[in-house]
Design a binder for this molecule. Structure first.
Ligand SMILES: [Zn+2]
Length: 158
């Protein structure tokens, strides 16, 4: 049996933070604010995986009130999430995702993100898709106030 899951996340863009998306650090004058490394793409992927397995959401598994997750590397959280998903009996068929950011240009970094995510999940990069688009200069992403991400995954019963 196959199961689909979706995830969404948004973080504010602020001065004095590194910009990390899909486990890749991207040169930019601002970064995303949050308790962990605020990797919005990886958080959307985590929620999509948890959603497909009906295992709750990222906040239940990795509460931001827990000091262990302060400035946490979200790729470690992704690895732990996928371990829990596999334990519940599912493997990954494929993952598709989209980052919404007016700036910086993300296209040169998308393949690196795909490779990082594929490595952490232990699958071929051909199963992982990461896209990026601007928000046509409207809304919080379009004004450069925030970056958001959406992800969908398909799981199969192992
Ligand atoms: Zn987040």
């Amino acid at each position: 049996m196959n199961r689909i899951g979706m995830g969404y996340d948004l973080h504010r863009l602020v001065e004095g933070r590194r910009l990390i998306l899909g486990g890749v650090e991207i040169p930019h004058q601002k970064g995303l604010s949050g308790h962990s490394d605020a990797d919005a793409l990886t958080h959307a992927v985590i929620d999509a995986l948890l959603g497909a397995a009906a295992l709750g959401n990222i906040g239940q598994h990795f509460p931001d009130t827990d000091p262990r997750y302060k400035d946490a590397d979200s790729m470690v959280l992704l690895e732990e999430t996928f371990r829990r998903v596999r334990e519940s009996g599912y493997g990954l068929v494929n993952l598709d995702s989209c980052i919404i950011a007016q700036e910086p240009r993300l296209n040169p970094h998308l393949d690196a993100m795909r490779e990082r995510i594929a490595m952490v999940l232990g699958v071929e990069p051909s199963r992982i898709s990461v896209k990026a688009k601007t928000n046509e200069s409207v809304g919080p992403e379009g004004r450069g106030e925030a970056i958001s991400a959406q992800a969908v995954v398909l799981l199969e019963r192992l």
